[in-house]
Design a protein around this ligand. Structure first.
Ligand code: 4NP
Length: 156
């Protein structure tokens, strides 16, 4: 089982969107039993809350299920439980490393690094920009490429 954790700041806008979109693609590929997906935030302000209305709306418009999703904060055990930790921006990457134990096997990568022409870019935070459509398009493209990357690495 390959486990993937998406990480953003609040775990209500970007990482839940990526979690739901990626789970949808994994199911479409017939790999639901082989890849497990979760998301978390480096901040704890929204713990227990469902995804932001903007994220829920764009997921609904694209017929992507988000039922049962609730925000939580990153924890140290995430580094042992997940093989891939995928962050939304450089600040998430820096902050998530505060939970990293001395030794772990998790591969920590930024989502847009999977889109060759967007390498090094941050997923803009729609909590501040209000532009959930732009984020959805980036997340959708990058998740497709992430899945291809994982399938190659895991020989799936
Ligand atoms: P997210 O967006 O990291 O994409 O979930 C944010 C959500 C909430 C806050 C910041 C960013 N906040 O400050 O509450």
């Amino acid at each position: 089982m390959a486990k993937v954790l998406f990480v953003c700041l609040g775990n209500i806008c970007r990482s839940p969107m990526a979690e739901a979109v990626f789970r949808h693609k994994v199911a479409e590929a017939g790999l639901a039993g082989r890849i497990e997906i979760d998301s978390a935030g480096t901040g704890d302000w929204h713990t227990g809350e469902p995804p932001h209305e903007g994220t829920r709306t764009i997921l609904r418009q694209n017929q992507i299920d988000y039922s049962g999703m609730r925000a939580r904060q990153v924890r140290q055990s995430d580094f042992h439980e997940h093989r891939y930790i995928i962050t939304m921006d450089a600040s998430n990457t820096k902050n998530v490393m505060k939970w990293a134990p001395g030794s772990h096997d998790a591969e920590v990568r930024q989502l847009l690094d999977f889109i060759p022409e967007r390498r090094g870019e941050d997923v803009p935070d729609p909590y501040y920009t209000g532009n959930f459509q732009e984020v959805y398009e980036m997340v959708d493209e990058a998740c497709g490429l992430l899945l291809a990357y994982i399938r190659t690495k895991e020989d799936m």
